[in-house]
Write a protein that binds this ligand. Structure first.
Ligand code: 5GP
Ligand code: MG
Length: 181
């Protein structure tokens, strides 16, 4: 089914361990609280589902969708909210959940946007982080796996909407070079 994967970088155990770690940290940090967990669509849906099933605290879930104009595999500064949250987050503790933090454009835009609703706090949680690609200086509060500057797919991450359901994470064949350029 996924024979066009050039290299597997992280298997199901790596991802499961990273998710366990983050869930434990969030459980500790939000004891007695009820954060609003906001998933960034579409890429975060698998990680978010895995994460919340490991949490022991109370929480609510919402989603936000953002798009950035420009090349297909590169984010640009031109971010737009295309689907908004439906929760009133004023005074609430918010955790924004992303699949991957790359240039930082998307998450910095989204966190600034959400700050406009005056939440009590906002933290960022990402399954993958590519710090070497950062353009906007933004640091996640919870990081699953730090990875190199390769374009990866699987576990929610897509290439042209493909591979989101792949339970492990890898680099798609041939496309890796093209995408990096
Ligand atoms: P940023 O705005 O931080 O550059 O990009 C964030 C978004 O770009 C992610 O939510 C994701 O949708 C996409 N993205 C960045 N790097 C990758 C990658 O390696 N693989 C995939 N599939 N998407 C990526
Ligand atoms: Mg995304």
């Amino acid at each position: 089914m996924y024979e066009d994967i050039e290299q597997i970088l992280f298997d199901e155990v790596d991802i499961s361990n990273a998710t366990d770690d983050i869930a434990q940290r969030i459980d500790n940090d939000y004891k007695g609280k009820c954060p609003v967990i906001i998933g960034v669509l579409k890429g975060s849906f698998i990680f978010l589902a895995d994460l919340v099933r490991r949490l022991n605290i109370d929480f609510t879930v919402d989603f936000i969708k953002a798009s950035s104009y420009g090349e297909r595999t590169e984010s640009t500064g031109n971010v737009k909210i295309t689907s908004d949250i439906s929760t009133d987050i004023k005074g609430k503790d918010v955790i924004v959940v992303e699949d991957i933090l790359d240039t930082g454009y998307t998450l910095s835009y989204i966190t600034e946007y959400l700050r406009g609703f005056s939440p009590h706090s906002i933290r960022i949680c990402t399954l993958f982080d590519k710090p070497g690609r950062r353009i906007v200086p933004i640091k996640p509060d919870y990081t699953g796996i730090v990875t190199d500057d390769l374009f990866i797919v699987g576990c929610g991450l897509d290439y042209n909407e493909k591979y989101r359901g792949m339970p492990y994470v890898g680099v798609p064949k041939k496309q890796s070079k093209k995408i990096k350029e």
